[in-house]
Every structure is written in structure tokens, then in C-alpha cells.
Design a protein around this ligand. Sequence first.
Ligand SMILES: NC(=O)c1ccc[n+]([C@@H]2O[C@H](COP(=O)([O-])OP(=O)(O)OC[C@H]3O[C@@H](n4cnc5c(N)ncnc54)[C@H](O)[C@@H]3O)[C@@H](O)[C@H]2O)c1
Length: 253
Amino acid sequence: MSGFQGRCAVITGAKGDIGAAIAAELARRGAHVFAVDIGYRERSGPETAGAGQIVRLPLDVTDAAAVSETFREISVQAAPISLLVNAAGGPGNVRVPVDQVTDADWHRVVSLNLDGLFFCCREAARAMKPIGGGAIVNISSGAGRNWTRTGVQAYAAAKSGVIGLTRQLARELGPAGIRVNCIAPGLIEVDATREEIARIPPEDRKAHIANIALGRLGKATDLVGPTLFFLGDDAAFVTGQTISVDGGSIMLG
Ligand SMILES: NC(=O)c1ccc[n+]([C@@H]2O[C@H](COP(=O)([O-])OP(=O)(O)OC[C@H]3O[C@@H](n4cnc5c(N)ncnc54)[C@H](O)[C@@H]3O)[C@@H](O)[C@H]2O)c1
């Protein structure tokens, strides 16, 4: 998995456990990583990390104008962006019956998981086309491939949309040398899910784990290898694909 030295990478949702793990490993392998997240208060860095570096920037991915400005600034100040990982996302309120979902909740979740990801892909295409290529990895979810126990209607719809958008962009951007792939994580034990996991009744938890071939929940670091594979030269002939990183919960032919 070579080829990251000196590459300019943007990771959204990089304050979260999954985005942070991916950002750290890309920097360790020499990339100039721009870690963006709505949770950062101010710009910080560059901080040396392994062979590369990380700059942290506040960015709300649902704000199309801000995404446009930030991506343009990065390309001008550093180097043209050639790697993008869209990890910003989240399910919003879970276990709300469909007849009680408000318009605002629906729009908030779709806006974060689908609109925001689209705005970032659009800016990445603008940056990557003139340099002859790049790689994008979109983080979807098992909820985009199958039903979930937690009743996350907008999240399921948006994460399915991410898989469809990945295919469409892969087809459209392939001739420009831009590969677009997708990861669908299963339930990953991170800060954001710890409370929800603790709330699962023991019997349901047992059933959930029994449904995972590898018999455990995921860790943020489980997402790093598959993401770097898609970003790197080893995947030079791979585009439009979604892989589940879920210990073997969903097995598609
Ligand atoms: N943890 C899991 O079990 C799991 C399972 C399947 C998919 N995923 C997906 O993986 C990705 C990373 O999730 P995570 O588990 O690290 O959760 P997380 O909540 O720790 O990370 C998500 C990050 O996105 C950021 N964010 C939220 N709104 C934003 C916005 N408008 N603009 C920019 N950043 C914003 C948050 O501040 C947070 O740091 C998400 O897309 C999530 O849907 C997670």
C-alpha cells in the first residue's frame, strides 16, 4: 500500500474515532492530511505524524459554500487534493417509530450523511480532474445494505444513497482517473456508539454477536486497512465497489 508520500488528503469527520484512525495512518505513511470536522473549534497544526503531517480544520460538511471554500483553500495552500475519505456522519435519533419522525430530524440526518458527502465529492472532483486522478472512499453503513434493529429510517436511506452515489460517481469519474469506493461498517465500538451498545438488552446483544461470523464487534482501527486499500495503488483497478467491514455479518455474492 505505497503511494501516500506527499499526497494531499482530506478526511471528514476526522475528530470521530473512525476518521481519526484513518487520518493518523495516512499521515504515518507520509500524506499531508487535512482533518476536517464540525467539532474542531479552530485550525491547528501542521503537526508531524510519522512521515507526514496533520492539519485540523473546522468544517460543517452540510454547508456547501464552506466546503467549496475550504477545499479550494487547501488545494491552493498545500497541494491539489488527491485523496478524500468521507467519514462525517451519524444516525441521529434511533428507535423512533416512523410515525413520530419529525421533518427536521429526517432532513438533519439526510443532510449530514448524504448532502454533505455529495458536496465533498463534488469539490474533490473539481480538485482531482485537473491533476489527472485521485481516490475517494465513502463511509456508508451496514444500515445502507440491510435493515437495522435500531429503526434509523433517514440514516438507512441516506447510507443506501451513499452506495448508489458511489457507483454513479465511479462510472462518471473513471475516465478522469478518479476511483470512488465505499465501506459499509457493521457496529463499531467507538465513543459515539458506546451508550447505544450499553442499552442493548443482553439477549439482543448475544444475538447480534452470534450473527457476526468473527464473533465480536468492530473497532475503529478495523476500518483503516480496507480504507487505505481503496485509496492506494493496490486498488488501481477497483472502483464503484462497496465492501462490508463487519466481521462477516452481511455476506453478499
Ligand atoms: N460506529 C459505528 O458503529 C458505525 C457503523 C456504521 C457506519 N458508521 C459511520 O462511520 C462514520 C464515522 O463514524 P464514527 O463511528 O467515527 O462516529 P463519530 O460520531 O465518532 O464520528 C463522526 C464525526 O462526524 C462529525 N460530524 C458530525 N456532523 C458533521 C458535520 N456537519 N460536518 C463535519 N463533521 C461532522 C462529528 O463531529 C464526529 O466527529 C460515520 O459516517 C458513521 O455513520 C459508524
